[in-house]
Design a protein around this ligand. Structure first.
Ligand SMILES: [Zn+2]
Length: 125
């Protein structure tokens, strides 16, 4: 077991798509939301489309950085989803991922967003 003084912490894990069109919106938004050096971040094609991978990183971020929040961001016109990527499907997948993560880690806050290509982050309740 590591001693307490070796524990390091950040508040959040952010999960978003790899899509280059989003980066100019993501970087400033995430930094304002969580602080410049206060988040882990992963970039996966389709974001929560690969739920198993998201879960792996959530577990790791809880273990090694004691995160309190997971922020999941899907987006408009995601090519990893292709034609299946309707707004309804993204909302469904985000809610599903949130539900599963919260079932496994009840202490975590899970935030879900749908990012439009015009840069608007829509909160998914
Ligand atoms: Zn995408």
């Amino acid at each position: 077991m590591p001693s307490k003084k070796n524990l390091i912490h950040c508040d959040a894990l952010v999960v978003h798509c790899m899509d280059y069109r989003l980066q100019k919106f993501l970087q400033p938004w995430i930094t304002v939301r969580f602080g410049y050096d206060n988040f882990d971040i992963i970039s996966l094609a389709g974001s929560v489309h690969d739920y198993e991978m998201v879960l792996k990183y959530a577990q790791l971020a809880v273990q090694v950085h004691d995160i309190k929040t997971v922020c999941l961001i899907n987006h408009e016109d995601c090519r990893a989803y292709g034609r299946a990527g309707t707004y309804k499907r993204h909302v469904h997948d985000l809610k599903d991922a949130r539900k599963k993560i919260q079932a496994l880690f009840p202490h975590l806050k899970v935030e879900t967003f749908y990012l439009r290509l015009d840069g608007v982050f829509e909160f998914v309740a």
